[in-house]
Design a protein around this ligand. Sequence first.
Ligand code: COA
Length: 353
Amino acid sequence: MSATSAGRTDRTAVLCGLGGWLPRRRVGNDELAARLDTDDVWIRTRTGIRSRHLAAPHEATSDLAVAAGRRALANSGTPEADAVVVATTTPDRSCPATAPLVAARLGLSGAAAFDIGAVCTGFVYALTAGAGLVTSGVADRVLVIGADVYSRIVDPDDRQNAVVFGDGAGAVVLRAGHADEAGALGSFDLGSDGDQEDMITVAAGGSRLPADPALTSHAERHFAMRGKKVFRHALSRMTESARTVLDRAGLTVDDVDRFVPHQANLRILRTVAAGLGLPADRCATHVETAGNTGAASIPLALAHDHANRALRPGGRVLLTAFGGGLTWGSCLLTWPDLPPAAEPAHQEEESAP
Ligand code: COA
């Protein structure tokens, strides 16, 4: 491990920039209810979601990632990074990765750039990888982005999933610093259970089953989720992972100022927070107006909390995620004193009735 300044060997990744981006088009529950066999009350009661943002046909994951990344770099005070990590389940193409393109469009050509695929846990995996790049001395500044355009893989006629998912991107900048600084990332926990791979899946489109319309069904070419079972796994895995990371840090839930879980479903967030013994008002919720935005959901929830002054500089923040794979993970950090976002996360545009 290399030192960042003479005499110190506790080189640590420190969060120093934050940005989010939601596509302009907002789709309320009533718009979905007008064409699907569902209604606003069912969606709000079962998921907590009132609206979500969907990308325009010309917008790809890299477009959202660049918008969020640009905001995070601006918020960090300098447009530089020597590594870019993009967590996504919906890359622009299956080859090459999306991160090099994002880096180039942000003026970061030459930076190390790679994607991470851990579905809705992607941001926590990417954050852990980014922190590792910093602590190992491979990079001094890392841009970590979570970006997903689920509307490209969810069947718009699938009422279970079309109501749950939204599109978006969120990003943070990590720099080299020390463990006692506000913004320092602390303990991590990551895990997976590949025996449950069919719990959340897009069956066709990979090397196992190419997405040839002659050989695959419509359902196989779209996102599928065994909702009820996923719900149960999410509750237990998120709770266990949050406890593990607190144990590793020698902390308890009483030390947590803000719990920022993956925004899967309001009922999941509330149940996990209650199971951990955290009051509901310490749990970040952004799912109501963004839906489940996959790898983007935690940085978007952070950006939403930051805009609403819900994150106290120096306060301890617990991030916990769960997703397809199955995968799960948690990370602890202290919150830095960031400037307010110069630009809003999106310019909202009402959907047509
Ligand atoms: N509108 C109305 N009814 C719907 C519906 C919709 N959009 N979607 C499903 N239903 C129906 C089902 O068909 C079922 O009908 P039936 O009882 O006649 O068979 C009924 O509602 C209950 O379905 P169920 O799947 O049991 O609902 P649920 O309460 O589990 O809610 C999810 C469904 C998807 C919202 C919920 O399971 C969930 O949030 N799962 C976890 C999702 C998640 O965390 N994903 C992210 C992992 S990264």
